[in-house]
Design a protein. Sequence first.
Length: 297
Amino acid sequence: MRTIADVNSNTQLCAVIGNPVSHSLSPAIHNRAFQELGLDFVYLAFRVEDVRSAVAGMRALENFRGLSVTIPHKVAIIEHLDEVADVDAQIGSINTVVNEAGKLRGFGSDGPGARQALVEGGVEVTGEPVLILGSGGAARAVGFDLAHRAVPSSLVILGVVEDELENLVRDLKERTGVNATGELLSDRSLERRIADSRVLIHATPIGMHPREDASLVPPEWMHAGLAVMDIVYNPYETRLLKDAKARGIKTIPGIEMFVNQALLQFEAWTGERAPREVMKRVVLDHLIRAGSRAEKR
């Protein structure tokens, strides 16, 4: 087990910045992975309000190798970086920074992480009609990545914030050429759109701990030809996924996307193949402990 005595002038620093960050599992995941591979890295969490100064500090510290970026800095940080991947510039947000000899490169790992989870779960997206629930940052990341790299036959976005929804659909059409449409989320629109979809991606906080019994989708609306992915990873199996599984529908839990995006970050910082099963076990153990504490209350 790594101790503070092992940290020295050669130790590479990685961190998550945001506000809040106290809930983040990233330090536990990455430090365990560094330990597994015997890498001289350490990962910390910093509550940051002034993102410009935080980036300047990263530039000034030679051993500051990488950042995970969370709410509310995913958009604001872009203007302070030297390079941002094209697709992420189109999305307008990033969640990862790599310091390459003082040059700061930013990219997003959420979209690729979600796409990889679908691939690993045996869900075909290319040429299929996809429905995304939600129009916020997660929906943007997933929608743009699929539009660029998986090319569904159609991409329907249902959201509750009208301006946000309209902007996302417009951006997808203009910047990717995907057949994108949007509609305000209602029982009527949801029932109709699910019937025409082969892949459903839930990208809202509904069903997240502690409101674990909540779901946007009545189970009777889910048909046999549908595959369902939920980006919520706490709890491991949301009400949406439980309902889908009970109907014999293929499901992809949010932990798969969460771990995949962490793998991409780890490999960008270290140049090493990430220990996937070790990192996934960290998350699962946390969810198991959290569930046990909840049952005792």
